[in-house]
Ligand binder design. Structure first.
Ligand SMILES: *[C@@H]1O[C@H](CO)[C@@H](O)[C@H](O)[C@H]1NC(C)=O
Ligand SMILES: *[C@@H]1O[C@H](CO)[C@@H](O)[C@H](O)[C@H]1NC(C)=O
Ligand SMILES: *[C@@H]1O[C@H](CO)[C@@H](O)[C@H](O)[C@H]1NC(C)=O
Length: 191
């Protein structure tokens, strides 16, 4: 398959050329003195921004999903999310392994094999958390995502503004940012 190969090589070259610029912008700061135990429990994904084409196409059809963060034996976190897909609720667990300083985790996708770094950029633990994800997603593609976690389905305007400011600082354009509408589906308590 010549075309995907060429595409991959092209993307890899772009990655090299764009490397310095990406690094300069992407070194997001982490929540100082991050306390993992306070970050645990249930969060709602209230806002998203991503450079992924899939996301750009689907974002208007997405609604809030609920996630539960639990500590894993031996370190790291289990991030269990429940969302509506084809009229039924699906649950996925992502395994986040500690990667470097507190608040920084890595996730390896069993589907694409790509590795992503997930950083908790800022949180007050009781109301909101700002997450930044970057990595490769198959074919060497550069994947970037910002997530707003909220303890309630309806974050305050100030929290939404904080997220909007953060996404813009990370170079996401207006059309790649979405605040997810509230839903009453798939929100039953996790065991
Ligand atoms: C974390 O998730 C894995 C895989 O789904 C599961 O086997 C394990 O029991 C979970 N651990 C905790 C502490 O929830
Ligand atoms: C993830 O973080 C590790 C350690 O902080 C770093 O070496 C690696 O390059 C990062 N990977 C990506 C895809 O950003
Ligand atoms: C968002 O950015 C604007 C302009 O820099 C600033 O005035 C405002 O206080 C910021 N809002 C929040 C919630 O951080």
């Amino acid at each position: 398959m010549a075309a995907p190969q060429t595409l991959w090589v092209g993307l890899a070259l772009l990655g090299v050329l764009g490397g310095l610029r990406t690094r300069a912008r992407a070194h997001v700061s982490l929540q100082p003195n991050f306390q993992q135990d306070k970050f645990l429990g249930r969060w709602f994904t209230a806002g998203l921004a991503s450079n992924s084409n899939w996301f750009r196409e689907k974002k208007d059809a997405l609604s809030t999903c609920s996630s539960v963060v639990a500590p894993r034996e031996g370190g790291g976190l289990n991030l269990t999310s429940t969302f509506l897909r084809k009229d039924h609720c699906e649950t996925r667990t992502l395994l986040l392994l500690p990667a470097g300083p507190p608040g920084c985790y890595s996730y390896t996708s069993p589907h694409w094999g790509g590795t992503q770094n997930v950083s908790v950029v800022g949180t007050d633990y009781v109301e909101y958390a700002l997450l930044y994800t970057e990595g490769t997603k198959g074919h060497g593609q550069d994947f970037r995502m910002a997530t707003l976690y909220s303890r309630t389905q309806t974050p305050r305007a100030e929290v939404k503004e904080k997220f909007a400011n953060f996404t813009k600082a990370q170079g996401f354009t207006e059309d790649t940012i979405v605040f997810l509408p509230k839903t009453d589906k798939c929100l039953e308590e996790h065991k």
